[in-house]
Ligand binder design. Sequence first.
Ligand code: ZN
Length: 584
Amino acid sequence: MTITLDHLNRCGAEEFTQLLHGLYEHSPWIPERAAAQRPFATIAALKQSLQGVVRQATEEEQLGLVRAHPELAGKAALAGELTAESTGEQAQAGLTHCSADELATLHKLNAGYNAKFGFPFILAVKGPTGNGLSRQEIIAAFSRRLRSQRDDELAECLRQIGRIAEMRLNQLLQAELQFGATIMEWSEVIGAWSDDADNLTCAYMTDAHRKTAAQLAAWMKEAGMEVSIDPVGNVVGRYKSDKPDAKALLTGSHYDTVRNGGKYDGREGILLPIAVVKHLNERGERLPFDLEIIGFSEEEGVRYQSTFLGSNAVIGQFDMALLDKADAQGITMREALTAAGHDVSKIASVARKPEDVLAFVEVHIEQGPVLLGKGLPTGVVTSIAGSCRYQVELTGLASHAGTTPMIMRKDAAAAAAEIVLYVEDRCGRERSLVGTVGQLQVPDGSVNVIPGACKLSLDIRAADDATRDAAVTDILNQAEAVCARRQIGLKITKIMQAPAAPCAPWLVKQLAAATERAGIEVFELPSGAGHDAMALARMTDVAMLFTRCGSGGISHNPLETMTADDAEVSAQIFLDFLRQFQTK
Ligand SMILES: [Zn+2]
């Protein structure tokens, strides 16, 4: 007999605990406590509840849970002493077929890890679609995490345990992921096409880029959409409403990547709505508005050092002067577009009329660790941070490191150090504010010379412009005061300023309501990174839904991860949002 969510909601607490005992190794207290929180509206809500119990447990209980787990390919595995669940998972990951060398490596890693942290290494080795991590990937993750701090590592082990339990629960309830598995599969397909042999780089108008565009167009077509690729390479699919002359709700994200990037940045926001439209089309379900999915051709600026090419064309603000810009090989953008079969004289036709558009809603991985830390699969974005960037040049006096007394120095690097620490302090005072000095140089510095010059960069971002501008004013004033006191010359050059793009409250409200109906706690957060929605905000109201990012929130990196279950929750929220969508 298949166990259903309905049955789990209705049965006695004891039976509930008994049915779910296999989700967590030897830890019946977890389902026992979750039983008190019934009924659960969705399977996702049940998962959240179980994970919440673990998060709220005492550290002693958490350590007990972690220690109840077997070592990967450890003694217990070799002696056949694992629970049935663990045996199956370790076998699926190929850990029962390790070579002698691999076994020796794992044995050493297990010993080192246990000695450092006092608990076993835990990794959800079974993959999202049943095909697990390779042994090489497991060993690489193991080696990487051995270098972590203890508290971070305990939190990571608990998250991995949550992930394992989530997959076991899917199996127990025979809950098929309606969208998540497809989104992950499609990400793998286009994630394999790259400009470079050994990593994922998909730059504007390269072969990999054009192949990706053609594949997106094919999937859109199969999903029942009218499809075209526009003169700047945006892949546009329209799922027509049954109402004639309906306005369009726009969604989408970018399919280009940074150099050596991740598989989900941008792409999730294209693949997820295609999967949702495919579902609607298969059911013969139409929406009261046209839904347009745009795979934006360019957002990251890798090839031509100019960002938002695709979305700027859609809002009618494509800078035609860029066509003469050359890449590192001397190929101009005009040549690249023409070679790809695009007619650059038609770029202006890409622009949408604002009156034909209802709004723009973008789904994107968070690219940060906030949702991961909160234990939530999704978040609703309140605003895309605006940023300000400056170059700061400090001029002191280069003099002999041995003969110049400390009180007689004009040390440009020491002044820079004060400024760096002030940036950290000032930006730490407000929630949506962040400040970074990412470049710091002593040009022509020597070990035995007091720094006569120092250059640093400033990047200040906040969810609203007033907060950011107040911080910038304070930081620049402080820099002046530091330099005056130290008799250091100061030159500040502004290199960039972009306004924040607040998300439209009427859209935020509807995304939040859909999140709540999915049984997920609504969490609102600003986006510190720029997104296509930032450009679209200059033409129409925008909103964004974030999906949790794994691996400590790392993005713009091959380690970027997302789970099929989180993609599923995001897709369910997006589908529900579409079905309930109310125009402004
Ligand atoms: Zn992105």
